[in-house]
Each structure stands twice: as C-alpha cells, then as structure tokens.
Design a binder for this molecule. Structure first.
Ligand code: ADP
Ligand code: MG
Length: 338
C-alpha cells in the first residue's frame, strides 16, 4: 500500500536538480531555499484545479493532466514576459486514488516532461487526503529583469492588438468530450486535435519570455477565460477600449466541427476559454520585430485589432465585421456564474 511518504519519495526521486545557481535547497526540508539576485524580480503564480470542476478523470489521460496543471501556470508566467524556473505542487487526494500507482506514474511523467522541456525544477509541495475529489494546486515561480514584467495595465491608444496561434479549439474539444467523444492518442483527426487542445494545452513560454526580454509589448495576458473577457481585462486595467476586426480573427479550424454558421464560430472563439494563447498590445512600429520573434518560436502571430479611447457608454471591447459593429454574445468562463 502506498503512503503519503511513498508518494513524496517517488516525486522527489524524479526531480533532476535539487540545487543549482539560484536554488540552495529543493525538496526534503521544511522549506526550499532560493538565493536572491539583484536586478531582477520574482514572479509567483498559482492555479487551483478541482476534479469535476476543472477536469474530469473520466476523460483526461493522467499524463495529459500532469502536463496541463503545469502548463496553465507556465502560461501565467509567459503572460508576464517572464521565464519560469521553479514549481511547487499541492495535492488533495481521495484515499482510493492515492493507491493508484499507475495514475501517479503517468501524471508525473506528463508533469516532469513539460518541466524538463521548459527548464523548471519542482522544489516542494504538500499532500493531504481529500474527501472525494482530487484537488491540485500548481505553483510556478519565474523571473524577469527588474521593472520589465508586462502587465495588463500598460496598453496605449493606437497599439495594435496581437494574438498568438488560433482560438476556439479548446472550447471545441470540451464540447466534443461532453458529447461523448474520447481521446484516441495517435489518431490524427480534427476532432482529436480539438480534444488535445482542451486536455493538453501548450503554454507559449518561449515567446512570452522573449516579448518581455526584448520589451516588445505594452500589455499582455494569456487567453484563459476567452478572448473577449481577457481583452476586457487589459482594457479595464489600462483605461482604454479595443476594436477587434472579426475578419482578422484566427479562428481554429476545429471550431467548424461544432458550429452551424459563422456567427457561432466567432462566438465560440471569443467566449470559449482555455486556449492559453498570448494576447498582447504593442506599438505598431514594433510589429515586424514581434512577427519575427513569433516566427522564430514557430508561432503564428496575428494583428486582430487596435486599442482605442474609452467611451463610457460603450462596452470596452467592440467587434467589427467588414466595418460594421457586430454584437457578440459576450462573456467567458466564470466559476461563480449559475
Ligand atoms: P511538512 O510536514 O513540512 O509539510 P512534508 O512531509 O509534507 O513536510 O514534505 C516533505 C518534503 O517533501 C518538503 O520538502 C515538501 O516540500 C516536499 N513535498 C511534499 N509534498 C510534495 C509534492 N506534492 N510535490 C513536491 N514536493 C512535495
Ligand atoms: Mg506537508
């Protein structure tokens, strides 16, 4: 029978570096020890994922779940223009699930594969039993040069609005899963790529870090709640408004699997969350450099609109389609909506 301490030991044994330039001590004591360095700032983020609310074990392969819990936090560091370095992981585990060694083996294979890929070291965490749902708290610590974090509040009137990749695939994947489709790894189809986008998202770590380092954006956010809502956050924090040109929007091809017409496609792309693309605003004089950086990272980057002055009588985010204002069923994911 596996105990809490067996699991901690198995986690600890999978960590490659327990010390390094900044890391005086990793897993094993009451706390980890990080060495401070002048000239830079520390970025800290945490995401709570609760079974049945944020993921369903019925259809999430444990390896993909391990990947996703880290990816969502890496995405937050990327959205600040920082480089991720360390992580912590807190697990609330229903007793029965603690016994499933295969589950944890797979979960940590996914987690550590992404950690290794992005140069992140797990330095601690905690484990408790939980009543009946697996609860996972994912922390990531990163760095950026002092004063250079890309906040939500820096957008300026006249900035271009840019988006990496495409949007809508993750929301499509969720719809397909709820309709009963399941993961078939290795099968190359549009429906499988949608499901994968939802269950195993990619965080734009390299691009986010370069945007920060090269000072290429005024404001940035990751698209986790839906483009409309996340852009509204930038506008509110920056005291600006935004116009999006729908004909420029890079709607994921997958979306067509679950929509009937173009209206629905726009709506799903704009309101569907969890794409984990980066949305940023930048002076248009920097556009060529931004495009080149994205290309080097193997990412598409699209200018989808422009930051404008606020108008107290209007929504902060306005959608245009071939020059006409288009009302979009706004909104995004809200845990407390009923
Ligand atoms: P404490 O009683 O101080 O909370 P624990 O026995 O829970 O100590 O943890 C021992 C060590 O193992 C600590 O360094 C802790 O950070 C690490 N640890 C515990 N749980 C996890 C986890 N889920 N992931 C990574 N490290 C963990
Ligand atoms: Mg503990």
């Amino acid at each position: 029978m596996q105990s809490e301490f067996d699991l901690i030991n198995r986690i600890r044994n999978r960590v490659v570096n327990h010390s390094g330039a900044d890391l005086a001590l990793g897993i094993g004591d009451d706390t980890a020890i990080l060495r401070e360095q002048s000239g830079r700032e520390t970025l800290i983020t945490v995401d709570l994922l609760v079974e049945e609310i944020d993921f369903k074990l019925e259809y999430a392969p444990p390896r993909w779940l391990g990947h996703k819990v880290l990816a969502v936090s890496l995405s937050d560091i990327a959205a600040m223009g920082g480089a991720p370095r360390y992580s912590l992981l807190t697990l609330g585990i229903p007793k029965l699930r603690l016994q499933s060694e295969d589950f944890w083996e797979e979960f940590f294979t996914g987690y550590f594969a992404l950690a290794a890929q992005e140069g992140v070291t797990l330095i601690g965490g905690d484990i408790s039993s939980a009543p009946d749902r697996l609860t996972i708290d994912s922390f990531v610590i990163g760095h950026c040069p002092a004063g250079r974090a890309v906040r939500r509040g820096g957008a300026r009137v006249g900035d271009g609005i840019y988006l990496t990749g495409t949007i809508g695939a993750a929301a499509t994947g969720l719809k397909l899963l709820l309709q009963g489709l399941r993961v078939h790894e290795g099968e190359k189809s549009l429906s499988q790529s949608a499901i994968r986008a939802h269950l195993r998202p990619e965080a734009r770590v390299g691009f986010g870090k370069l945007v920060g380092e090269l000072n290429l954006a005024h404001a940035m956010i990751d698209v986790s709640d839906g483009l409309g809502q996340d852009l509204a956050h930038i506008c509110e924090e920056s005291d600006t408004a935004a116009i999006i040109d729908l004909e420029l929007l890079p709607v994921a091809e997958e979306v067509k699997l679950v929509v009937e017409n173009q209206e629905e496609a726009f709506s799903l792309a704009i309101c569907g969350g969890e794409d984990f693309e980066l949305l940023l605003t930048a002076g248009m004089d920097l556009e060529d450099r931004l495009m080149a950086v994205a290309e080097n990272c193997g990412l598409a980057l699209t200018r989808i609109g422009e930051i404008t002055k606020t108008d107290k009588n209007l929504n902060p985010v306005i959608f245009h389609h071939h020059g006409n204002v288009k009302p979009i069923l706004a909104g995004g994911y809200d845990h407390f909506s009923i």
